[in-house]
Design a protein around this ligand. Sequence first.
Ligand code: HPA
Length: 233
Amino acid sequence: MATVHIGANKGDIAETVLLPGDPLRAKFIAEKFLENPVCYNQVRGMLGYTGTYKGKKVSVQGSGMGMPSIGIYSHELISEFGVKNLIRIGSCGSLQEDVKIRDVVLGVSASTNSRYVHNFELPGDFAATASFELLVKAKEIADKKGIEIKAGNILSSDVFYDDNLDSWKKWAKMGVLAVEMEAAALYMNAARLGAHALTLLTVSDSLVTHEVTTSEEREKTFTDMMEIALELA
Ligand code: HPA
């Protein structure tokens, strides 16, 4: 049955869903990488497609930007459409000198400055963690393809335009690799609702060096990340 935000029928969505932030990226991925892609959602322009990759059914769903948005889509995908594996694919800003522009980052865990976790009324702090199963599989696929991976703690931030220009340095001191805006909520929902989740990122900019990627560079690293994500399906 269609939900508030996803106008699909049960069975329209695969057990494994890739989640790019940008809905047009979902369209691009579906049309470029999937066989027989069918668009199952257009509500709010947040496009979702299902097709096959090497014979396996896989979906690609835009998540929107930020934790409230990916929180909504991941919740409905798991609880209403029976999705088992949710793989966020996105970009991030590096917080470390040795995490370079174009690197592929695997979010083993996601720290956050968000209050999203308060929804669960826990008597302490929660460590938002990726699925170990998906993590190991992603690393194996990357090794086989000769794609180097930086794996570790990432920061899911509620703020892109931080009023305190140096606050990222405190996370960097704790070894956090990179900043993005969605993984922690995805990991929390997956934990609460009993699904597997993983975040794959490419470094689009560096808070350390202030470098940014060109669009050609983004395209190339994007393909590395996509190949890993699709093989996980
Ligand atoms: N901050 C937050 N999210 C991001 C960034 C950033 O610098 N780069 C890519 N996603």
